[in-house]
Write a protein that binds this ligand. Structure first.
Ligand SMILES: Nc1ncnc2c1ncn2[C@@H]1O[C@H](COP(=O)(O)OP(=O)(O)OP(=O)(O)O)[C@@H](O)[C@H]1O
Ligand SMILES: [Mg+2]
Length: 263
């Protein structure tokens, strides 16, 4: 079962997809992450659970991929692998062409922090810190606090919260909190943003605002976004929907009208 960036309409190896059609970023050379025949097994006592059963994937700059599927189908497992929080049991995951399993734990952590941002359904903002301080948080030990502060302010303005820098989380709406969390995830200029149910706690209008923000971030900062979602309207906006069923990708089609998934 495959999940590839190209929809196989003929690779255009000399072109990148930037600003064109993100789903097309071809050839494979530009991929942020690639997975080949990825299997993940969990061992609990004498029982082995095969959570992912040999899947392929590729994520290019500015991609927007939605992962959907029933409970227990392997969505979080996949997100953990994409986030370098875990390594596959079999098969290979590579970050910009480098096999993740060859990294030491410390190396993997460092590369994760540099390349990948995380956004969760329930925000995880620190209640005793202001919006600005929350965004700065991942770089608290940074040696250039002034630069970090400027970057954090820029990001909060970027997500439309330039007038809420000194608000605490409980002084913000749900959508605003999620936007702070998104700003925080971008503090290290990641190439990839992983979002677990980013609209799950938001009403539809607020969810639409988050989607619009994702669009801007992809266009203007080349951030690729992979999201697990149960919201149909989020999946509809994605370039590709990855439908996981019992550890395999059932249908990796495009949602665009021309994205026919023929044989
Ligand atoms: N740490 C673990 N140890 C053992 N089995 C696990 C572990 N994590 C997940 N599993 C199993 O792997 C399979 C996939 O789990 P996963 O959490 O990826 O599903 P999911 O698609 O995210 O489900 P949900 O929508 O309920 O969050 C499930 O059968 C689950 O029981
Ligand atoms: Mg899950």
């Amino acid at each position: 079962m495959t999940w590839e960036t190209s929809d196989s309409e003929g690779a255009k190896p000399t072109e990148t997809a930037r600003g064109d059609r993100p789903g097309d970023a071809a050839g494979g050379g530009d991929l942020i992450l690639r997975g080949e025949d990825v299997t993940k097994e969990y061992q609990t006592g004498t029982q082995t659970v095969r959570a992912l059963k040999g899947i392929d994937f590729g994520i290019a700059p500015s991609d927007f991929v939605a992962i959907v599927g029933p409970s227990g189908s392997g969505k979080s497992t996949l997100l953990n692998l994409l986030g370098l929080l875990d390594v596959p049991t079999d098969g290979a995951v590579s970050l910009r062409g480098q096999d993740v399993s060859t990294f030491s734990d410390a190396d993997r952590t460092r590369k994760r922090k540099r390349a990948i941002g995380f956004v969760f359904q329930s925000f995880y903002l620190i209640p005793t810190l202001t919006a600005l301080e929350n965004v700065e948080m991942p770089r608290m030990l940074d040696k250039t606090p002034v630069k970090t502060r400027e970057r954090a302010k820029t990001l909060l303005r970027r997500v439309g919260l330039g007038d809420r820098l000194d608000h605490y989380p409980d002084e913000l709406s749900g959508g605003q909190k999620q936007r702070v969390a998104i700003a925080r995830s971008l503090i290290n200029d990641p190439a990839l943003l992983l979002a677990d149910e980013p609209t799950g706690n938001l009403d539809r209008d607020t969810g639409d605002e988050i989607l619009a923000l994702f669009d801007e971030l992809r266009a203007e900062e080349d951030v690729a976004i992979v999201t697990v979602t149960h919201d149909a309207y989020v999946a509809e906006e994605a370039d590709r929907v990855v439908n996981l069923v019992d550890g395999v990708i059932e249908d990796a089609g495009e949602t665009a009208a021309d994205g026919g998934h023929g044989a």
